[in-house]
Design a protein around this ligand. Structure first.
Ligand code: ADP
Length: 328
């Protein structure tokens, strides 16, 4: 544990430096650095087996790292695990929901485990079941619930303890698109309404794209890229600027000014390879201005996260990386 001096002082979010973990010969995490500001959604994106759950287990004090250091909610994880546990909630694929108990009984069990006064436990249970639209199902055994309802109940159970940081480990794996969107909205509300910090692991590029303020791509035990979805997309070739012109004359003049852009004479458009950054845009506009040509419209096309993943890791996320909508 040598990395203390490089840790950000007393962040209430999450920060980690140089996390390492091996199981026997197999190195799972090979020096992972993370920084998650308070009240934001951070997504750790990676294929099956990349080490996402291992990272969550270390940050949530379930297992110890072999090296490196992490701070969660202002506490050093391996020095003060109880303080960390008091601040966090963890929900994942292996839900804590007991199928034999009703939704309400599951919730009350958690409030008992947390030693909440009876009255307070009942009040919070009712409030959370209402918030997650589970009131009607409150007295049914959880085993009769759909996948989406189980995940909502699991999250509601996590919220009984009012955590300031929630780890969502692949929260929507296996859910239908409607339940998935429902959970996305709930996740967003946790940040905007309650100021919760969310650490989300996912294999779904779209999930990271729509939810996360920042995304880190985990591959081969290392973070291979980190940034906002837009920043990541800009790092990948395939982005371009598209210019639309009103007539062939202007198209010709602009094509001359811009070197050898791809042109479509029928659509009266030019396409210039670009990372879509402001300096790149400015350079194109300056050239047009110098040539006294006006474009009718300008659009910037950035590649999607699928392209990013392919470019960064050399392979697509296997299986169900894309969320596909059912035919209506
Ligand atoms: P992810 O959540 O990204 O799918 P995991 O963190 O679950 O990945 O696993 C990363 C790798 O570590 C996998 O190859 C997995 O087999 C291995 N692993 C995880 N836990 C253990 C363990 N307790 N013993 C041995 N290997 C493990």
């Amino acid at each position: 544990m040598t990395a203390t001096s490089t840790m950000t002082a007393q962040t209430k979010g999450i920060s980690a430096v140089g996390l390492r973990k091996a199981y026997g010969e197999k190195v799972v995490l090979d020096g992972v650095d993370l920084e998650v500001p308070e009240a934001t959604i951070f997504s750790l994106l990676g294929p099956n087996g990349a080490g996402k759950t291992t990272t969550v287990q270390i940050l949530s004090t379930l297992i110890a790292a072999d090296g490196g250091q992490a701070q969660v909610a202002g506490h050093v994880v391996d020095r003060n695990p109880d303080a960390v546990r008091a601040e966090i909630g963890v929900t994942g694929q292996f839900a804590a929901v007991d199928g034999l108990l009703t939704a309400e009984e599951n919730m009350l069990l958690i409030s008992d485990l947390l030693h909440l006064p009876r009255q307070e436990g009942r009040r919070r249970t009712a409030e959370l079941l209402e918030r997650f639209e589970l009131t009607k199902a409150a007295n049914k055994p959880a085993s009769t619930f759909s996948g989406g309802m189980r995940r909502k109940l699991d999250l509601a159970m996590t919220l009984v303890g009012k955590p300031s940081i929630i780890f969502l480990d692949e929260p929507t794996t296996g859910l239908d698109p409607r339940s998935r969107r429902n959970l996305w909205q709930i996740t967003r509300d946790l940040v905007t309404d309650d100021g919760t910090t969310i650490f989300l692991t996912t294999q779904y590029l779209e999930e990271a794209d729509v939810l996360a303020d920042r995304i880190a791509v985990l591959d081969g035990g290392k973070i291979v890229a980190e940034g906002t979805a837009d920043e990541l997309k800009r790092r990948v070739p395939g982005g371009h600027i598209r210019l639309q012109f009103t007539d062939a004359h202007r198209l010709d003049a602009a094509a001359r000014a811009l070197g050898q852009p791809m042109r479509d004479d029928e659509a009266l458009t030019l396409q210039i390879p670009s990372d879509g950054s402001i300096p790149a845009l400015r350079a194109v506009l300056d050239r047009l201005e110098d040539a006294a040509v006006e474009a009718e419209a300008l659009t910037v096309h950035t590649p999607d996260l699928d392209d990013v993943f392919l470019a960064l890791t050399g392979s697509s996320i296997p299986g169900q990386a894309r969320v596909t909508e059912p035919a209506r």
